[in-house]
Ligand binder design. Sequence first.
Ligand code: IVH
Length: 670
Amino acid sequence: MSPAEAKTQIESLTAELKQHSYNYYVLAMPVISDFEFDKKLETLTALEKQFPEFADPDSPTQKVGGDITKEFVTVKHKWPMLSLGNTYNEQELLDFDQRIRKAIGDNFEYVCELKFDGLSMSLTYEDGKLIRAVTRGDGVQGDEVTTNVRTINTIPKKLKQGNYPEHFEIRGEVFMHLKAFERLNNERVENGEPPYANPRNFASGTIKMQDSAEVAKRPLDCFLYFLYTDKPLFKTHWESLQAVKSWGFHVNEHSELCSSINDVFAFIALWDKKRFDLSYDIDGIVIKVNNFNQQQELGFTAKSPRWAISYKFKAERVQTELLSVNYQVGRTGAVTPVANLKPVLLAGTTVKRATLHNANEMLRLDLHEGDWVFVEKGGEIIPKIISVNLDKRDASAPAIDYITNCPACNTPLKRQEGEAAFYCPNDEGCPPQIVGKMQHFIGRKAMNIDGLGDETIEAFYQRGFIRHISDIYALHQHVDKLKKMERFGEKSINNMLEGIEKSKQMPFEKVLFGLGIRYIGETVAKKLTIHFKTIDNLIAATFEELVVAEEIGERIAHSLIEYFSNPKHLEEIQKLKAQGLQFVAEEKEVTLHSDLLAGKSFIISGVFEKYSRDELKDIIEQNGGKILSSISPKLNYLVAGDNMGPSKLEKATKLNIPIISDEELLGMIV
Ligand code: IVH
């Protein structure tokens, strides 16, 4: 392939995959299968390897759906991971029941289980220890994600005593509870990252992350529902479920033995209502023939077992009138359209609003004033407009176009290439952005200022007392003005001023997170402070030096460079420094274990199976070695893990720098 052809192909695949990833993770409306997606991604990865000069810094091969890097070892399943046939009504279930009766007679039972809406996972145990976890993939082979799965508390890493065989596989569904989903998704929005459309996408995005430490922060759970052993151990599925429960696995408590299809219907009817009381999403019921011999007799089709089927709940759908479309401006300037609806009862709650996500979604719906819309609450918590009832549209109704100017400050909106959201670029003058930034700064996860809340920030801003974060630290000069405010007594003023003073001691990582730089969430802020130690180092860092730091990708590096290139931001940082805030990382005491690495310098790059990069860094420093921030002739060793960037490798090779593994590094200190 000629370089010109490669360039065109890389560009078109990149754009295409970005759109698919957005359809999947944000809109929850994939238009191609996971398998097709992976195939395209593989082609792009191969092309980028051959022609790294044409790779987009924000390529989907680096990030999919925000967090995901698809670089896992592929493992073939010992028993293929099949899917289930679907039914949608009683008749289809009666047909299923008839087929079974024809094949094995009338003497059998069903087990009814909830159908959890997550991602299926196959776990392998040897001698009672979890040795491997593999995703479904295309059913024949999947991704090995053991380190990530180990972070799930309810999955036993080592089994209690029990009558389990030496080797077995157990399958189940990994999912995220609704509460955790809401909390973490809100955090993503606060950090300027796109939210996940539903808990399932969040769970699958999490399982495919490279950094298991980050996975551990996102609480996942797993229900196990099928056991595979070499020799048969139990007579029935029900018995096997009780047994695996006694071995320590999380088995869902709502399964039931049913002796007739009518019992199955009753179970379905019960859970079609009760599903909204669960703390997790289910999208149907799975019905399995209980006896293993009978299962064997029934066998499989090419894709699914004949002894089991799923019944899918209908997503509840209602019609209501569209009253208006509002646009919300977040602290990062991102504009989100929201539909205001005539209140309507849906799945047990009154719905008044539905998110419209972004301009693409508005284009898809082509809303007109006074439209009647179909609203659904499926796997998603926030109701979604599925489509417009065109029969009810008035021919003269004008179309609702996406706004061109900021609803708060009237500045023309901008859209960054490849991004779905429009932004208001007027971060210095747009009120919701100014207020949002200060609210973010004082928030619990950032400076956590006692005695100062979101409403007070808003009220102070309205009165012109504060406009920048640094103004918060000058509030003590305005006590007289503050006292004149309603419901603001001397005691609350003193509390607030005390809280503000105390916050000056908050560590650098909190301050950095509090600045609200796009894509700099809590974890990234922490990693940056560990790596660069001071704000001055961070400001001075070049793009190359930034991407060397752990977890700092090109998207984050660009965002930092852009932020620090704005003189107003630098001026604000100088003010905050003068006010006594922390811009230097607290020195961790380095206890020296040996001086075996004294005089030697290292760079750590890539991902390692056993250690995080920070752990390796500590090991080097504890043995007298030094960590450098970029590859130069001064560097003695490059410690390389998996997935190291090709440019680093090339540079190190050119400079003849020895490239060593983590094991070789550890060998140097024994
Ligand atoms: S049994 C061969 N039981 O649904 C039988 N699957 O549409 C395999 N699922 O890939 C599956 N809850 O990811 C089974 N209680 C349950 C389930 C369940 C959810 C998922 C699973 C499977 C998909 C099939």
